[in-house]
Write a protein that binds this ligand. Sequence first.
Ligand code: ADP
Ligand code: MG
Length: 705
Amino acid sequence: MKIEDIPIENLPNTSFITIRKFKSLGINTYFDLLNYFPYRYENYSLISPVNKLQEGEIVTVIGHIVETKQQITRRGFRLQFFKLADDTGVVELTFYNQSYLLTILKKGMKVAIAGQVKKFGRKLTIEPKEYEIVNSHLIHTGRLVPIYPEKRGLSSRTIREKMYFILDTLRVSGFEEIFPKEIISYNNLIDEQTAYQKIHFPENLKTAEKAKQRLAFNELFLIQLSSQLVKKEWKKEKVGNKFMLNKMNVQLIDRFKDSLPFKLTNAQKRVWDEIRSDLLKTVPMNRFLQGEVGSGKTVIAALACYLAHLNGYQSLFMAPTEILAQQHYNTITSLFKKFQIRNSKSEINPKSQILNPKTALITGSQKISNLQLPSAKPASSFQQPISNFDIIIGTHALISKKRNFNRVGLVIIDEQHRFGVAQRAELKNKGLNPHLLTMTATPIPRTVALTLYGELDLSIIDEMPVGRLAVKTFFVPKAKRQSCYQWIKSQISQVFIVCPLIEESEIETMKSVKAAKIEFENLKKIFSVFKLGLLHGKMKSKEKNAIMTAFKNRSLDILVTTPVVEVGVDVPNATIMLIEAAERFGLAQLHQLRGRVGRSNRQSYCFLFSEKEDLGILGRLRFFAKTNDGNKLAEEDLKIRGPGNIYGIKQHGYLDLKIASLSDYPLIEKTKKAVEYFEKHYDINQFKLLKERVEKYRRGNIAQN
Ligand code: ADP
Ligand code: MG
């Protein structure tokens, strides 16, 4: 049987509980376990005779046990003493509270002990870290020993033993190579089987590195090949509702552009051209629009919705939070209002449907019948069916309900990358194949975006509207907190105050909310002459909207909030952003928060508060203070914290790589070329194993969504 097909249950001498733990980590086969990689190695490779031990050294000693005993201290600790003898002498060692060892390590046995040599009185002893009974080979001592992420109570020791066993069976059954020979030799790769052996049990760090290179190559190759294959499939599809651009539509779109309160930047124009040309094809658009915070993506979305509307089709516009959905709704309705007013003297009837797409807002907390309409509308329209609307804005709840989406021509998803793909699949299941536009401000380096979202076409708004000033950012140490408050009081501006990120679980969210409430009371005293509002994720959407509206129309001066304001909120009048416990945020996330200000032509400021005095933290925050480029920050984040920690990775479904690093640009380039070469010269159907791997990768990836 192929290693890929051997169920993990086949492991001999393995308890049901251990199997269950493996399975909970998604390890179902031998091959899955092989892909559970160590994150470092402990170096126990120095094997020392007892008479050559040196204080401080990390060593392995091999000898026979000549004495064992257990002592119980007055406080009830159990100490296990062992005396170990080799040809050169005897050394003593003590374990703490591991009585079971006495039943494993018995007098007369040949064992290996690894640990650090310490001085105890005048004698040298070993502070034991690992032990094993000496057989034909050493796994836990006497070598570079792999250390694994110890999740679900699985110890590195257990993983190591099972890993060794599997690698041993491999020696018999073997691995077939997944790549054609040319790719192996051209890229100087070691063979896969060796790579798996050496990543887990390397002779030295150099072989470990070679192994890692090979496996990272595999991973990046599979990701990119799989994207390319998906892309090819997609290119064969046809949209359900085809768009056209006749003369009148061109004119109307130009007029809509002219009615905007600003001129599009060159980058916005270029991106709109890319999107428009996609929208006119019969192949559904799958485009990823990336643009710095505040670069103006929403208006691009509005243009796309308008083109759909001119063709008689609906657009679904989804945002990650209710606050944002509400904001998009306000923005879009107001853009079309301006458009209508501007056309009121033209030959077209301003009441015309063409000029005024009907816009609805639906969020999770509202029933379908409870559509929010512009407040001027009479109450009777509240009961209208969804099919009467042209642009439907909401959270993701929008799509999950049983609705008739036959008229949908375009789906836009704001700030949720992978999500789009899953949503599109869902719509397709409903017998519909709309165009899809995914938008994000999360700064992802271009190379990384092309790797992770290779199946999507990429558009980038790399230019800010003219006149925008870079936000001045300052790190505020504890001692300067009061003077910073004083300075803020002297400014005529609106202020965001963001409370610390506590996050993740439901309980943590409650803690965040509690922290924000306490801080709110505190701040009310400090800013006693100002009007303060509190916004947090646990509020009802009505309350949230009321607070946001109050802040937007300047009835509030200061908005105290949990990190819910992070994505997308647009209040151009606010020019000060104050972030508490800034060290808890990733750089990309801080950048998102900072992006809430600097949205007009006035100078804006961002203050980072931190009570921490750790130099690493200060360095990171100072780096942030002097860097305004989101991509640079993302790259730094990638370096310092690894992709798994970049803000929003989970939320955004940014996938977690197992072994390759997204900051390893040379390898990304190399694998990209290799994929191109493969696609040009080979047929995947002739590489059965590779095909299976790609499919497995896809499945795993979809499961992550
Ligand atoms: P984001 O790309 O972060 O979603 P928004 O679409 O919210 O940014 O736009 C940020 C702000 O910039 C909004 O207030 C919007 O009205 C304004 N804006 C967008 N495009 C332009 C432009 N070309 N010139 C001036 N202001 C613009
Ligand atoms: Mg936005």
